[in-house]
Write a protein that binds this ligand. Structure first.
Ligand code: SF4
Length: 359
């Protein structure tokens, strides 16, 4: 079904249209790491007119999960009687001294799962163990994670908890656009996040900072269409939010999913790796679900850590540097020996450049 969104002729036709309407340089940020990956994988960055610069945004949940939370995950996973479950990408994200993979190698029970509900099933089958799920992600994964908490409470599964690291897109956009060093003139908003949250919340952001925003999907045709719509608005000095991903997104989003999220999570300040704390940019469990909060259950609140000085992923995630600007890129930092999270995750900009850049 997705093949029609990868049709070479159509992509080339839209690229020609972008070239025709572009009269001056524009800098557009794709917020989502999945979009960065597709742009690099399909070589779209090489096919765009030279005037269009794509800036890679902070929308990779593995990359922005704070060092402090990785260290907390390592501390919990190293405890006796714990089964620590996580998406596979998180296992190789470097902590201050260790990653989850090395905990597993030293005998810790660290398991890769594909969802929080799988982690919940593990908890049901192992009532004598504490089962913890590393709940990373943007708005997209929040509904499923919230459901796992609701089900745990309903079924009395008291050996299940979550290390919550949810982050939100709109506060990150405020942080980028409000920064004195901001270079972004237009945004491609992430289609899957908007499928849950809709795009109403982007409208005041577009007006406040006078930047057009286009809700964009992940296939090559989606991406060039999103870029074309953004360039059209930039060239015509228009500021709106345009939905170029209508097959999945409506203005209000998925109201049922939003209600589930709001029942379980509340807004909190959140630390973003390499960027620092962005106010009101995360979700944490509401007080009535405290018993399912792994930070509270395992008392790891006092772990505080500092970022590596070598890695410039924070600047990359803010769109201020490219991976190739990092002196460690592909020399001392590779996917086999990552120094930062953006080289680990399949959605990380450094990993995308390492695998696909043709320089
Ligand atoms: S190449 Fe490695 S060290 Fe450099 S910014 Fe990327 S992840 Fe960090």
């Amino acid at each position: 079904m997705l093949e029609k969104f990868r049709t070479k002729d159509q992509v080339i036709r839209i690229l020609a249209e972008i070239k025709k309407i572009t009269t001056q340089p524009w800098r557009i940020m794709e917020i989502c790491g999945g979009q960065t990956h597709a742009i690099m994988q399909y070589g779209l960055y090489e096919l765009l007119p030279a005037e269009i610069e794509l800036i890679h945004g902070p929308g990779c949940p593995v990359c922005v999960t704070s060092l402090e939370l990785v260290d907390k995950a390592v501390a919990i996973a190293s405890m006796e009687n714990v089964i620590f479950t996580s998406y596979g990408d998180m296992l190789r994200v470097p902590g201050s001294n260790q990653d989850l993979f090395s905990v597993k190698a030293s005998g810790g029970d660290v398991r890769v799962v594909y969802s929080s509900l799988e982690a919940l099933r593990i908890a049901e089958r192992n009532p004598d163990k504490e089962v913890v799920f590393f709940g990373i992600g943007f708005e997209t994964t929040a509904p499923a994670n919230a459901i796992s908490i609701i089900k745990a409470q309903e079924r009395g599964i008291n050996n299940y908890s979550m290390l919550v690291s949810h982050v939100l897109v709109p506060p990150a956009m405020h942080a980028i656009l409000g920064s004195p060093s901001n270079r972004v003139q237009g945004f491609l908003a992430a289609g899957h996040v908007c499928a849950i949250m809709g795009y109403e919340e982007y409208e005041p952001i577009a007006q406040k900072y006078q930047v057009p925003v286009v809700v964009t999907g992940f296939e090559p045709l989606d991406l060039v269409l999103g870029i074309m719509e953004t360039v059209k608005m930039l060239e015509n000095n228009e500021v709106r939010v345009v939905n170029a991903y209508t097959r999945a997104v409506t203005r209000s989003g998925n109201l049922v999913a939003q209600e589930i999220i709001q029942n379980v999570f509340e807004i909190c300040d959140r630390q973003w790796r390499g960027i620092g704390t962005i106010p009101s940019s995360g979700w944490r469990l509401k007080p009535r679900f405290q018993e399912f909060d792994a930070e509270w259950r395992f008392n790891v609140h006092n772990i505080h850590t500092h970022e590596s000085e070598v890695c410039i992923s924070g600047l990359i995630l803010q769109g201020l540097k490219k991976p190739t600007d990092c002196p460690a890129f592909s020399i001392t930092c590779t996917p086999q020996n990552p120094l930062g999270a953006t080289m680990v995750s399949s959605e990380g900009a450094c990993s995308a450049y390492y695998h696909y850049a043709r320089d």
